[in-house]
Write a protein that binds this ligand. Sequence first.
Ligand SMILES: Cc1cc2nc3c(=O)[nH]c(=O)nc-3n(C[C@H](O)[C@H](O)[C@H](O)COP(=O)(O)OP(=O)(O)OC[C@H]3O[C@@H](n4cnc5c(N)ncnc54)[C@H](O)[C@@H]3O)c2cc1C
Length: 205
Amino acid sequence: MQVELIAITRYLRGNGTPEELLEHAGRVCYRSESRGEPGRFLMARVREGHESLIEHASATFEISGVSRACTHQLVRHRIASYSQESQRYVDLSNPEYVIPPSVANDPEAMQVWREATEGLAEAYRRLRERGIFKEDARFLLPNATATRIVVTMNFRSWRHFIKERALNRAAQWEIREVANRILDILYEQAPSVFEDLIRERAAQS
Ligand SMILES: Cc1cc2nc3c(=O)[nH]c(=O)nc-3n(C[C@H](O)[C@H](O)[C@H](O)COP(=O)(O)OP(=O)(O)OC[C@H]3O[C@@H](n4cnc5c(N)ncnc54)[C@H](O)[C@@H]3O)c2cc1C
């Protein structure tokens, strides 16, 4: 799995950081002057639930080497924008798969897995050879098929996503890994907006 930050909001004043933009947006509400320490100001706003101001900053991630099962969960988050590799237009005669560790660590389960996925891949190729369009041959592709997706959310949505998918012990392991990596990256970029989530995660472990 690769989770790469490929874009983030840049403020056109000061040092250009998203935190400076968010502090500015927040201070407009109170007609107060920036004291050059966006961290403390933003942490206080997030803590009191004044979260609309963090919608002014967004981050875009490219996520690849994850399963369709994972991205199906991801795209349920509606306050976001997505662009995903298409199974209608991309030929998947030689697909890559994400193998769950529970299967990968069990030789007999791996044997079942190989038989099933090799059979499906062979059937896909035979349909394509008969002239069946990719958009119809793809009906044979399993949830394990690896995919690539670009996703943009504002910081408020990312916080919601991280709470549901990283901090929630009931979340499924693959999307949990994605969400944890995103939390680590966003914390580096805007520590004051995400530090409470880092602390919550540390308290869980
Ligand atoms: C552990 C787990 C198990 C799950 N199991 C299933 C399952 O079995 N089946 C299934 O279908 N889904 C399942 N889901 C998906 C879940 O129900 C949500 O669809 C998904 O997590 C997206 O969350 P969201 O709607 O809060 O996020 P977003 O779509 O990003 O929305 C963010 C927030 O905006 C608000 N909002 C957005 N749209 C509306 C609206 N139309 N009306 C009111 N408020 C809105 C809500 O406050 C929402 O929390 C599961 C999720 C988790 C974490």
